[in-house]
Write a protein that binds this ligand. Structure first.
Ligand code: FAD
Length: 290
Protein backbone atom coordinates (compact mmCIF):
# COMPACT_ATOMS: atom_id res chain seq x y z
CA UNK A 1 0.00 0.00 0.00
CA UNK A 2 0.95 3.64 -0.43
CA UNK A 3 2.56 5.26 2.65
CA UNK A 4 0.63 8.11 4.31
CA UNK A 5 1.16 11.61 2.98
CA UNK A 6 -0.22 15.11 3.41
CA UNK A 7 -2.11 16.40 0.36
CA UNK A 8 -2.24 19.87 -1.21
CA UNK A 9 -4.22 20.98 -4.26
CA UNK A 10 -2.91 24.39 -5.39
CA UNK A 11 -4.87 26.29 -8.03
CA UNK A 12 -2.02 28.42 -9.41
CA UNK A 13 1.58 27.80 -10.51
CA UNK A 14 2.78 30.32 -7.89
CA UNK A 15 1.02 28.42 -5.13
CA UNK A 16 2.45 25.12 -6.39
CA UNK A 17 6.08 26.31 -6.49
CA UNK A 18 5.66 28.01 -3.08
CA UNK A 19 4.52 24.69 -1.61
CA UNK A 20 7.40 22.89 -3.34
CA UNK A 21 9.97 25.27 -1.85
CA UNK A 22 8.34 25.04 1.59
CA UNK A 23 8.09 21.23 1.78
CA UNK A 24 11.37 19.61 0.78
CA UNK A 25 10.05 16.04 0.84
CA UNK A 26 7.19 16.77 -1.54
CA UNK A 27 6.29 15.17 -4.85
CA UNK A 28 4.19 16.65 -7.63
CA UNK A 29 1.24 14.58 -8.81
CA UNK A 30 -0.56 15.41 -12.09
CA UNK A 31 -2.65 12.56 -13.55
CA UNK A 32 -1.04 10.01 -11.22
CA UNK A 33 -0.87 7.38 -13.99
CA UNK A 34 2.84 6.74 -13.43
CA UNK A 35 3.32 8.17 -9.95
CA UNK A 36 0.78 5.92 -8.26
CA UNK A 37 2.60 2.86 -9.60
CA UNK A 38 5.94 3.92 -8.10
CA UNK A 39 4.25 5.00 -4.84
CA UNK A 40 2.65 1.57 -4.56
CA UNK A 41 6.06 -0.01 -5.18
CA UNK A 42 7.44 2.36 -2.50
CA UNK A 43 10.19 3.54 -4.83
CA UNK A 44 9.27 6.96 -3.39
CA UNK A 45 7.61 7.63 -0.04
CA UNK A 46 7.06 11.41 -0.07
CA UNK A 47 5.60 13.07 3.02
CA UNK A 48 3.67 15.55 0.88
CA UNK A 49 1.85 15.29 -2.43
CA UNK A 50 1.20 18.48 -4.38
CA UNK A 51 -1.64 17.82 -6.83
CA UNK A 52 -1.29 20.24 -9.75
CA UNK A 53 -4.01 18.72 -11.94
CA UNK A 54 -6.37 21.57 -10.97
CA UNK A 55 -4.11 24.32 -12.36
CA UNK A 56 -6.16 24.95 -15.48
CA UNK A 57 -3.73 27.65 -16.68
CA UNK A 58 -1.28 24.84 -17.58
CA UNK A 59 -3.73 23.02 -19.85
CA UNK A 60 -3.51 24.57 -23.32
CA UNK A 61 -2.35 24.10 -26.91
CA UNK A 62 -1.33 27.28 -28.75
CA UNK A 63 0.16 27.63 -32.21
CA UNK A 64 1.60 30.69 -33.93
CA UNK A 65 3.25 30.50 -37.33
CA UNK A 66 6.47 32.23 -36.32
CA UNK A 67 7.02 30.95 -32.81
CA UNK A 68 5.58 27.45 -33.23
CA UNK A 69 3.65 25.26 -30.85
CA UNK A 70 3.28 25.67 -27.08
CA UNK A 71 1.70 22.93 -25.01
CA UNK A 72 0.91 23.41 -21.32
CA UNK A 73 2.38 20.67 -19.13
CA UNK A 74 -1.05 19.62 -17.85
CA UNK A 75 -2.48 18.99 -21.30
CA UNK A 76 -3.77 15.41 -21.45
CA UNK A 77 -2.39 13.09 -24.13
CA UNK A 78 -5.84 12.76 -25.65
CA UNK A 79 -6.14 16.54 -26.23
CA UNK A 80 -2.85 16.47 -28.16
CA UNK A 81 -3.97 13.47 -30.19
CA UNK A 82 -7.25 15.16 -31.13
CA UNK A 83 -6.10 18.78 -31.55
CA UNK A 84 -6.91 20.07 -35.07
CA UNK A 85 -3.96 22.47 -34.96
CA UNK A 86 -1.54 19.65 -34.06
CA UNK A 87 -3.01 17.39 -36.73
CA UNK A 88 -2.45 20.15 -39.26
CA UNK A 89 1.04 21.39 -38.31
CA UNK A 90 2.58 18.53 -36.28
CA UNK A 91 0.77 15.35 -37.40
CA UNK A 92 3.59 13.19 -36.02
CA UNK A 93 2.58 14.24 -32.48
CA UNK A 94 -1.01 13.19 -33.04
CA UNK A 95 0.11 9.87 -34.58
CA UNK A 96 2.45 9.21 -31.66
CA UNK A 97 -0.24 10.00 -29.08
CA UNK A 98 -2.74 7.66 -30.71
CA UNK A 99 -0.50 4.75 -29.62
CA UNK A 100 0.19 5.92 -26.05
CA UNK A 101 -1.54 3.54 -23.62
CA UNK A 102 -5.34 3.30 -23.66
CA UNK A 103 -7.90 6.06 -24.21
CA UNK A 104 -8.59 6.09 -20.44
CA UNK A 105 -4.92 6.70 -19.62
CA UNK A 106 -4.61 9.25 -22.42
CA UNK A 107 -7.63 11.13 -21.07
CA UNK A 108 -6.16 11.56 -17.60
CA UNK A 109 -2.36 11.30 -18.02
CA UNK A 110 -0.62 14.56 -18.92
CA UNK A 111 2.17 15.27 -21.36
CA UNK A 112 4.21 16.95 -18.61
CA UNK A 113 3.82 13.94 -16.31
CA UNK A 114 5.01 11.65 -19.08
CA UNK A 115 8.19 13.70 -19.68
CA UNK A 116 8.93 14.21 -15.96
CA UNK A 117 8.50 10.50 -15.22
CA UNK A 118 11.65 9.96 -17.32
CA UNK A 119 10.85 6.52 -18.68
CA UNK A 120 13.19 5.80 -21.63
CA UNK A 121 10.37 3.75 -23.19
CA UNK A 122 8.03 6.79 -23.21
CA UNK A 123 6.85 7.85 -26.66
CA UNK A 124 6.73 11.66 -26.46
CA UNK A 125 10.39 12.41 -25.57
CA UNK A 126 11.96 10.90 -28.74
CA UNK A 127 9.45 12.74 -30.94
CA UNK A 128 9.93 16.07 -29.15
CA UNK A 129 13.71 15.61 -29.38
CA UNK A 130 13.47 14.94 -33.11
CA UNK A 131 11.41 18.15 -33.36
CA UNK A 132 14.08 20.03 -31.36
CA UNK A 133 11.58 20.99 -28.65
CA UNK A 134 12.36 22.86 -25.44
CA UNK A 135 10.86 22.84 -21.95
CA UNK A 136 10.00 25.77 -19.70
CA UNK A 137 10.72 24.96 -16.06
CA UNK A 138 9.35 27.27 -13.37
CA UNK A 139 10.36 27.76 -9.73
CA UNK A 140 9.97 30.49 -7.09
CA UNK A 141 13.24 31.94 -8.40
CA UNK A 142 11.97 32.37 -11.99
CA UNK A 143 12.04 30.22 -15.10
CA UNK A 144 14.59 28.51 -17.33
CA UNK A 145 14.51 26.77 -20.68
CA UNK A 146 16.10 23.39 -21.35
CA UNK A 147 15.98 21.19 -24.45
CA UNK A 148 14.03 17.92 -24.25
CA UNK A 149 17.27 16.25 -25.35
CA UNK A 150 19.08 17.45 -22.20
CA UNK A 151 16.15 16.86 -19.86
CA UNK A 152 16.49 13.07 -19.49
CA UNK A 153 19.39 12.15 -17.21
CA UNK A 154 18.99 8.44 -16.51
CA UNK A 155 16.29 5.80 -16.00
CA UNK A 156 13.38 7.64 -14.28
CA UNK A 157 15.67 10.64 -13.68
CA UNK A 158 15.23 14.07 -15.25
CA UNK A 159 16.92 17.46 -14.94
CA UNK A 160 14.30 19.05 -12.65
CA UNK A 161 15.98 20.97 -9.82
CA UNK A 162 14.36 20.95 -6.35
CA UNK A 163 11.49 23.43 -6.35
CA UNK A 164 10.94 23.31 -10.13
CA UNK A 165 7.92 22.22 -12.12
CA UNK A 166 7.58 21.72 -15.84
CA UNK A 167 5.21 24.38 -17.18
CA UNK A 168 5.37 24.24 -20.99
CA UNK A 169 6.68 22.34 -24.00
CA UNK A 170 7.82 24.57 -26.86
CA UNK A 171 8.07 23.10 -30.34
CA UNK A 172 9.62 25.34 -33.03
CA UNK A 173 8.12 25.54 -36.49
CA UNK A 174 10.24 23.10 -38.54
CA UNK A 175 12.37 24.52 -41.38
CA UNK A 176 10.89 24.23 -44.90
CA UNK A 177 11.09 20.78 -46.52
CA UNK A 178 11.15 18.95 -43.20
CA UNK A 179 9.42 15.64 -42.57
CA UNK A 180 9.14 13.78 -39.26
CA UNK A 181 7.97 10.27 -38.40
CA UNK A 182 7.68 8.04 -35.37
CA UNK A 183 6.94 4.35 -34.94
CA UNK A 184 7.37 1.90 -32.13
CA UNK A 185 7.43 -1.87 -31.99
CA UNK A 186 4.47 -3.01 -29.90
CA UNK A 187 2.79 -6.36 -29.47
CA UNK A 188 -0.63 -4.75 -28.98
CA UNK A 189 -1.75 -1.21 -29.82
CA UNK A 190 -0.98 1.06 -26.87
CA UNK A 191 1.81 -1.07 -25.40
CA UNK A 192 5.00 0.62 -24.28
CA UNK A 193 7.46 0.35 -27.18
CA UNK A 194 9.94 -2.54 -27.26
CA UNK A 195 11.86 -0.17 -29.47
CA UNK A 196 10.86 3.22 -30.88
CA UNK A 197 12.39 5.51 -33.49
CA UNK A 198 11.67 9.16 -34.25
CA UNK A 199 13.32 10.69 -37.31
CA UNK A 200 13.24 14.21 -38.66
CA UNK A 201 14.79 15.02 -42.04
CA UNK A 202 15.25 18.43 -43.67
CA UNK A 203 16.08 18.64 -47.37
CA UNK A 204 17.81 21.48 -49.20
CA UNK A 205 15.66 23.50 -51.55
CA UNK A 206 16.31 22.56 -55.16
CA UNK A 207 18.76 19.64 -55.08
CA UNK A 208 16.97 17.64 -52.36
CA UNK A 209 20.19 16.86 -50.48
CA UNK A 210 19.72 16.08 -46.79
CA UNK A 211 20.49 19.31 -44.94
CA UNK A 212 19.76 18.04 -41.44
CA UNK A 213 18.67 14.82 -39.75
CA UNK A 214 17.73 14.01 -36.16
CA UNK A 215 17.31 10.36 -35.18
CA UNK A 216 16.14 9.50 -31.66
CA UNK A 217 15.52 6.06 -30.17
CA UNK A 218 13.17 4.97 -27.39
CA UNK A 219 13.75 1.87 -25.22
CA UNK A 220 17.30 1.66 -26.56
CA UNK A 221 19.25 3.03 -23.56
CA UNK A 222 18.60 4.46 -20.09
CA UNK A 223 17.41 7.70 -21.73
CA UNK A 224 15.79 8.58 -25.07
CA UNK A 225 18.88 8.31 -27.25
CA UNK A 226 19.92 10.64 -30.05
CA UNK A 227 22.15 8.65 -32.42
CA UNK A 228 24.38 11.30 -33.95
CA UNK A 229 26.71 9.00 -35.88
CA UNK A 230 23.69 7.59 -37.72
CA UNK A 231 22.51 11.12 -38.47
CA UNK A 232 25.91 11.88 -40.07
CA UNK A 233 25.36 9.03 -42.53
CA UNK A 234 22.45 11.00 -44.04
CA UNK A 235 23.50 14.65 -43.69
CA UNK A 236 24.98 16.17 -46.86
CA UNK A 237 23.89 13.26 -49.06
CA UNK A 238 21.10 12.45 -51.46
CA UNK A 239 19.37 9.79 -49.39
CA UNK A 240 18.86 6.38 -50.99
CA UNK A 241 17.96 2.90 -49.70
CA UNK A 242 21.61 2.01 -49.11
CA UNK A 243 22.13 5.04 -46.86
CA UNK A 244 18.92 4.30 -44.92
CA UNK A 245 20.16 0.77 -44.26
CA UNK A 246 23.58 2.07 -43.18
CA UNK A 247 21.99 4.65 -40.85
CA UNK A 248 20.00 1.83 -39.22
CA UNK A 249 23.12 -0.27 -38.74
CA UNK A 250 25.10 2.58 -37.21
CA UNK A 251 22.15 3.50 -34.93
CA UNK A 252 22.04 -0.11 -33.78
CA UNK A 253 25.72 0.10 -32.79
CA UNK A 254 25.16 3.37 -30.92
CA UNK A 255 22.23 1.92 -28.97
CA UNK A 256 22.72 0.38 -25.54
CA UNK A 257 19.40 -1.41 -25.06
CA UNK A 258 18.30 -3.36 -22.00
CA UNK A 259 17.41 -7.06 -21.94
CA UNK A 260 14.10 -7.72 -20.24
CA UNK A 261 10.93 -9.79 -20.54
CA UNK A 262 9.88 -7.79 -23.61
CA UNK A 263 13.05 -8.51 -25.61
CA UNK A 264 16.76 -9.18 -25.39
CA UNK A 265 19.32 -6.47 -26.11
CA UNK A 266 20.29 -8.40 -29.25
CA UNK A 267 16.69 -8.46 -30.52
CA UNK A 268 16.29 -4.76 -29.78
CA UNK A 269 19.46 -3.95 -31.72
CA UNK A 270 18.06 -5.80 -34.74
CA UNK A 271 14.79 -3.89 -34.39
CA UNK A 272 16.65 -0.56 -34.22
CA UNK A 273 18.00 -1.34 -37.70
CA UNK A 274 14.51 -2.04 -39.01
CA UNK A 275 12.78 0.91 -37.34
CA UNK A 276 15.40 3.55 -38.15
CA UNK A 277 15.36 2.51 -41.82
CA UNK A 278 11.55 2.38 -41.92
CA UNK A 279 10.89 5.67 -40.10
CA UNK A 280 13.66 7.55 -41.92
CA UNK A 281 12.02 6.49 -45.18
CA UNK A 282 8.70 7.93 -43.95
CA UNK A 283 10.39 11.16 -42.83
CA UNK A 284 12.13 11.45 -46.20
CA UNK A 285 8.88 11.05 -48.16
CA UNK A 286 7.21 13.66 -45.94
CA UNK A 287 10.13 16.07 -46.41
CA UNK A 288 9.81 15.72 -50.19
CA UNK A 289 6.12 16.59 -49.98
CA UNK A 290 6.49 19.43 -47.44
C1 FAD B 1 -1.44 1.30 -18.39
C2 FAD B 1 -0.47 2.35 -18.84
C3 FAD B 1 0.06 2.29 -20.11
C4 FAD B 1 0.96 3.25 -20.53
N1 FAD B 1 1.44 3.20 -21.81
C5 FAD B 1 2.27 4.18 -22.24
C6 FAD B 1 2.75 4.20 -23.58
O1 FAD B 1 2.42 3.34 -24.40
N2 FAD B 1 3.60 5.20 -23.93
C7 FAD B 1 3.99 6.18 -23.07
O2 FAD B 1 4.75 7.07 -23.44
N3 FAD B 1 3.53 6.21 -21.80
C8 FAD B 1 2.69 5.25 -21.38
N4 FAD B 1 2.23 5.25 -20.09
C9 FAD B 1 2.70 6.31 -19.22
C10 FAD B 1 1.71 7.48 -19.26
O3 FAD B 1 1.78 8.12 -20.47
C11 FAD B 1 2.15 8.37 -18.16
O4 FAD B 1 1.85 7.62 -17.04
C12 FAD B 1 1.42 9.64 -18.04
O5 FAD B 1 1.54 10.43 -19.15
C13 FAD B 1 2.02 10.40 -16.88
O6 FAD B 1 1.28 11.57 -16.71
P1 FAD B 1 0.59 11.87 -15.35
O7 FAD B 1 -0.04 13.20 -15.50
O8 FAD B 1 -0.27 10.76 -14.94
O9 FAD B 1 1.86 11.98 -14.38
P2 FAD B 1 2.01 11.54 -12.85
O10 FAD B 1 1.92 10.06 -12.75
O11 FAD B 1 1.13 12.34 -11.98
O12 FAD B 1 3.53 12.01 -12.60
C14 FAD B 1 4.60 11.32 -13.19
C15 FAD B 1 5.92 11.94 -12.68
O13 FAD B 1 6.09 13.26 -13.17
C16 FAD B 1 6.14 14.22 -12.10
N5 FAD B 1 5.37 15.35 -12.63
C17 FAD B 1 4.15 15.31 -13.22
N6 FAD B 1 3.83 16.50 -13.74
C18 FAD B 1 4.87 17.33 -13.45
C19 FAD B 1 5.14 18.71 -13.74
N7 FAD B 1 4.31 19.46 -14.49
N8 FAD B 1 6.30 19.23 -13.29
C20 FAD B 1 7.16 18.48 -12.56
N9 FAD B 1 6.97 17.18 -12.27
C21 FAD B 1 5.84 16.61 -12.72
C22 FAD B 1 5.56 13.52 -10.89
O14 FAD B 1 6.14 14.02 -9.68
C23 FAD B 1 5.99 12.08 -11.14
O15 FAD B 1 7.34 11.90 -10.76
C24 FAD B 1 1.34 4.30 -19.65
C25 FAD B 1 0.80 4.35 -18.35
C26 FAD B 1 -0.10 3.41 -17.95
C27 FAD B 1 -0.68 3.50 -16.57
Amino acid sequence: MIADFEYFAPKTVKEAVSLLSQYKDAKIIAGGQSLLVVLKQRLFTPEYLIDIKGISALDYINYEEGSGLRIGALTPHRAIEKSPVIRKYFPVLSEMESNVATIQTRNWGTIGGNLCHGDPAGDPAPVFTALNAKLKLVSLGGERIISVEEFSKDYLEVALEPGEILAEIQVPTPPPRTGTGYEKLMVMKGDMGIIGAAVSITLSEGDGVCKDARIVLGSAASVPLRVKEAEKVLIGKTINEGLLTKAGEIASREADPPSDVHGSAEYRREMVKVFVRRVARIALERAKEA
